[in-house]
Ligand binder design. Structure first.
Ligand SMILES: C[S@@+](CC[C@H](N)C(=O)[O-])C[C@H]1O[C@@H](n2cnc3c(N)ncnc32)[C@H](O)[C@@H]1O
Length: 255
């Protein structure tokens, strides 16, 4: 990975600290893509850019796109060697790219926009280019149970943000815009938090503060702890993950 700057500021990013399981999943997926310096890649929904930087260490060129300016500030500080662009959905920079990569993002794209986004990603890929999507099919049970502790308006606001699709639905949507399926794998991913407090900190960061523990009564918190906290005090989250690689017909490059 390229040289890091910003020292403590990079380390102290709450999102960075708490997203390490997702980072590992992303790194493993990037490795499967066998990038070379002939690749020009887009990281769609790059967040704080750590995976983007890893891709940049393998590929000829990588651009990270994300709508969240605060995350992009961290990305630019920590990875000054990488190009980051602010935007969402179909605000994709001009291609051609050989690989569009996206790790735990596509569930944020609304049902209204998903076809538009897939069409745009198809358009910016060169023939033979690959669209590599990894995410979760639905909210894990632990998170559904924690979110259910909130008052209805907070709870509904969290659920309203997500557009869950299973792997087959996403593959079918991709094929509808012209992609061919190269590979699809499903594997549960588990991440654990050493304390209930750290689990809540992670979920609060992920929901941009909509999940707020001080909106939950003590009795409910105790009931949740009794059901979900392990004997060693940790909380486990099991994600029904999938990794889907689609390709734009034509060109030379395979899976
Ligand atoms: C769970 S984070 C994943 C970040 C990064 N891909 C990783 O694996 O570390 C989801 C990211 O998607 C971005 N995002 C949300 N909605 C988006 C959209 N409609 N288009 C592109 N990115 C979006 C968020 O700002 C956030 O940084």
């Amino acid at each position: 990975m390229g040289g890091k700057k910003g020292g403590n500021e990079c380390q102290s990013s709450l999102y960075q600290k708490t997203a390490s399981w997702q980072y590992q999943q992303g790194i493993n997926f990037v490795k499967q893509l066998a990038l070379t310096d002939a690749d020009r890649c887009l990281d769609f929904g790059c967040g704080t850019g750590d995976i983007t930087a890893y891709m940049a260490s393998l590929a000829g060129e990588v651009v990270g796109l994300d709508p969240d300016e605060r995350r992009l500030q961290v990305a630019r500080l920590c990875h000054p060697e990488v190009t980051f662009v602010q935007g969402r959905d179909a605000d994709v920079p001009e291609g051609p790219f050989s690989v569009v990569f996206s790790n735990y993002v596509i569930q944020w794209v609304t049902d209204h926009d998903i076809l538009l986004v897939l069409k745009r990603l198809y358009q910016v890929l060169k023939p033979g280019g690959r669209l590599a999507l990894q995410t979760t099919e639905r909210l894990p049970d632990t998170i559904v149970a924690a979110t259910a502790l909130l008052p209805p308006s907070d709870r509904d606001a969290i659920h309203a943000d997500f557009y869950w699709r299973d792997a087959d639905t996403l593959r079918t949507l991709g094929e509808a815009v012209g992609f061919e399926t190269l590979s699809l794998s499903r594997k549960d991913g588990m991440h654990a938090y050493d304390t209930l407090e750290n689990f809540f900190v992670w979920w609060e960061a992920t929901t941009h503060g909509v999940f707020a523990v001080d909106h939950i009564g003590d009795e409910q918190l105790q009931r949740f702890a009794a059901e979900w906290v392990q004997a060693d005090g940790s909380v486990q989250v099991v994600e029904p993950n999938f990794a889907l690689v689609l390709s734009k017909p034509g060109g030379e490059k395979g899976a």
